[in-house]
Design a protein around this ligand. Structure first.
Ligand SMILES: [Zn+2]
Length: 293
C-alpha cells in the first residue's frame, strides 16, 4: 500500500499523521509513505534570516524522514521553484505541480489539510490553499492532458492513473471547527511521533513558542517535549469529544477522489480508538456518495 501526505509546511506531517504512517510501516514491509511539503519554510522564524530558516527547516525534515522511514519531497513548480511559505496561492502552476506529484506516486490514500468553510474560523493561509488546491486537482488526477502544457508527454498514448481516496487531517489553526470520522489509536507509537517532531528543533524550541499561538513553552529536552506533545493530543481529544489518555490521529474521508466503502477503510487503516466516534454516519455518507441503496 502507498500513502501520500501533502501539506504546507515542514512539521505538519508529524503533528497530524506520522503515527498512522508509522503503524502502517510497522505492519507492512511493502508500505510506502511519501510526504510532500508545498512551501519553502523560509518565513517562520524571528532571528534567522529567510535563507537560513529555509535551509534549517529542510534539514530538519530530511532528518525526520530518515528516522521515520518515509520518503520526503518538497513540491516543485513546473519552473523548478518551491513555493514561498506564508503566501501560497492557488495558481495554475501549483495545481500542475500537485497533479504531477500525485500522478508520479499513485497513492492509495492521499492525506491533506481540511478546507475551512466557517467564516468565523481561523486559518493558516498556506493550509487553506493546499486544501483548496488538492480539492481542485482531485478530479484531474486521471485527466492525462490537464497539464501537458506544463509537463509535456505523448498525448496520443495515455495510461490511466489511479485516483486515491483523499483524507483530511486535523488542523489546529481551525481549532473548534474540526470533526473526525476516524480516530486512529497511535498510542503505541507515541514515542516515535515525539522523536520525529523533535527533529523540528527550530520550530518546537524557537518559533512556535515565540509566535505564541500554540500553547507551547520552549521544551528543554525530549522528555519535556513529550509532555507538551501529550498535552497537545489531549487538547485535540477534548476538542473532538474523544476519550482522554490515548494519543489519537483523526481523519475525515472526502469524496474529492475515489470513494471507498467502510469495509475498505476498516481493512486498510490501523486499529481505531476504542470508544472513538461511531462509524454509522460515515457508512451512510459513503453509501450515499457511492449511490448505493
Ligand atoms: Zn502548517
Amino acid at each position: 500500500m502507498k500513502a501520500m501526505f501533502v501539506h504546507a509546511h515542514y512539521d505538519d506531517y508529524e503533528f497530524t499523521a506520522a503515527g498512522t504512517f508509522e503503524l502502517w510501516r510497522q505492519r507492512d514491509a511493502d508500505f510506502r509513505g511519501r510526504v510532500v511539503v508545498c512551501t519553502d519554510g523560509c518565513a517562520g522564524h524571528h532571528f534567522h534570516t529567510r535563507e537560513e530558516t529555509g535551509r534549517i527547516r529542510l534539514a530538519e525534515q530530511v532528518e525526520s524522514a530518515r528516522l521515520g522511514g518515509y520518503e520526503f519531497k518538497p513540491l516543485r513548480l513546473p519552473n523548478g521553484m518551491i513555493p514561498r511559505e506564508a503566501c501560497l496561492q492557488g495558481t495554475l502552476e501549483l495545481y500542475a505541480a500537485l497533479w504531477r506529484a500525485v500522478r508520479d506516486f499513485e497513492p492509495d490514500y492521499l492525506f491533506c489539510p481540511p478546507l475551512a468553510t466557517d467564516p468565523l474560523v481561523g486559518i493558516h493561509n498556506d493550509h487553506q490553499t493546499v486544501a483548496e488546491a488538492v480539492r481542485r486537482v482531485a478530479y484531474m488526477i486521471n485527466v492525462p492532458h490537464a497539464f501537458t502544457p506544463e509537463y509535456p508527454e505523448d498525448e496520443t498514448a495515455s495510461v490511466p492513473c489511479k485516483v486515491p481516496v483523499i483524507v483530511n487531517v486535523h488542523d489546529s489553526y481551525m481549532s473548534g471547527a474540526n470533526a473526525c470520522d476516524l480516530a486512529v489509536d497511535v498510542e503505541e507509537v507515541f514515542d516515535t511521533v515525539a522523536r520525529l517532531a523533535w527533529c523540528h528543533q527550530s520550530q518546537i524550541r524557537e518559533w512556535l513558542p515565540w509566535v505564541g499561538r500554540h500553547h507551547l513553552s520552549p521544551p528543554a529536552d525530549l522528555e519535556e517535549w513529550s509532555a507538551a506533545l501529550r498535552e497537545r493530543f489531549e487538547r485535540k481529544n477534548r476538542e473532538l469529544g474523544l476519550p482522554g489518555g490515548r494519543a489519537t490521529e483523526v481523519f475525515r474521508i472526502t469524496a474529492w477522489g475515489a470513494v471507498p466503502t467502510l469495509e475498505d477503510i476498516l481493512r486498510d487503516f490501523p486499529p481505531l480508538l476504542e470508544n472513538g466516534p461511531g462509524l454509522d454516519q460515515l457508512a451512510q455518507r459513503l453509501a450515499r456518495w457511492r449511490g448505493e441503496p
